[in-house]
Write a protein that binds this ligand. Structure first.
Ligand code: MRU
Length: 320
């Protein structure tokens, strides 16, 4: 399963808004259609957003070849479609740098972004599995939050790719996927992916995680990131911070898995990262709501960050 690709001059994505009821492919020919897909979370997850941004510039180059002003406006719109995951703006800027060389060069670079994310998933799965065995032992019960599978990262995924690798090595004793309010990336998407991979799992309401850890039902927490700051602070789906606090209280490893494309050395710490607020309607029709889509987990609550190139042991004083 590949969540996003370039097919015959258009971007094709699996529409994540209708999963798990339906597997629907959306074919997107224009930047406004892609921006709508990004903002509605039809395509989502940091690495997949980087690839979406990259392919979006290829779409723009194709559609606006003779109109530099329209091209610049389309690139700008893509770059800011969502603010928090650094991968989106980074994918857009990397590919936009090739615009002076024409649409073919732009598309080739966008395909390289896709291919690098695929290779990164495979590298993270191996390295992350080695680390989890070291930290949690050979029969581990893991808790994960949000969705970090193939749907979030082209193929395989980040943290969920590690979970699948542990399953393949025969050392996984169960997975708890938090439901991930309000859009249910855990209950809808992670549970669906784990089911397809034949991995035993249960969904827990978000607020249950720390209690399940305290009750001894979890050996480690593993999840992804939307941005990793220079000081090691981790920005990820809202609820990550409370799971990190629960893990610290229970003395459990708290491991973040993300490609190097999510490490942002230009952002010194979590307090300066723009946190998307998705408004009230997603949460409740009865009241004004506060709906931050992400939170900041301070580096001192994180045991380690696994990327496609390295393991950063924050618990041993290492920094990205
Ligand atoms: O709002 P979303 O669904 O795009 O948020 C996604 C997450 O927070 C993921 O945990 C993160 O992008 C890592 S995906 C491999």
């Amino acid at each position: 399963m590949q969540t996003i690709d370039w097919v015959d001059g258009a971007v094709e994505i699996i529409d994540q808004t209708v999963l798990p009821k339906e597997v629907r492919i959306l074919r997107l020919h224009t930047v406004p259609a892609l921006v709508t897909a990004i903002q509605s979370l039809a395509v989502r997850g940091a690495p997949a957003l980087g690839v979406a941004g990259a392919f979006g510039v290829a779409l723009a180059a194709q559609v606006h070849a003779d109109d530099p002003a329209a091209l610049a406006a389309a690139v700008e719109r893509l770059e800011h479609a969502r603010p928090t995951a650094v991968n989106l703006a980074r994918g857009v800027r990397r590919v936009a740098a090739l615009l002076p060389q024409g649409p073919a060069a732009v598309l080739a670079e966008a395909c390289r972004v896709r291919d690098e994310e695929i290779a990164a998933s495979e590298a993270m799965a191996r390295r992350g599995a080695d680390l989890m065995i070291e930290l949690c032992g050979k029969r581990s019960r893991l808790l994960t939050h949000c969705n970090t599978g193939a749907l979030a990262a082209v193929v395989l995924g980040t943290a969920l790719g590690v979970v699948r690798e542990l399953h393949h090595r025969g050392v996984l004793a169960g997975v708890i996927a938090s439901e991930t309010r309000p859009l249910l990336q855990g209950a809808r998407l992670t549970a669906w992916e784990l089911g397809r991979w034949g991995i035993e799992h249960r969904v827990a309401v978000d607020s249950a995680g720390p209690f399940l850890m305290a009750r001894g039902e979890v050996d480690g927490v593993i999840l992804g990131a939307d941005r990793i700051c220079a000081n090691g602070d981790v920005i990820n789906k809202i609820g990550t911070y409370s799971h990190a606090l629960g893990a610290r209280r229970a003395g459990l490893p708290f491991v973040v898995v993300a490609p190097e494309s999510t490490v942002d050395l230009n952002t010194p710490s979590g307090d300066v990262v723009p946190i998307e607020d998705r408004g009230s309607a997603e949460v409740t029709p009865w009241s004004e709501a506060v709906n931050p889509a992400f939170d900041v987990t301070p580096r001192d609550l994180v045991t380690a960050i696994v990327t496609d190139r390295r393991v950063i042991r924050l618990d041993q004083g290492e920094r990205p």
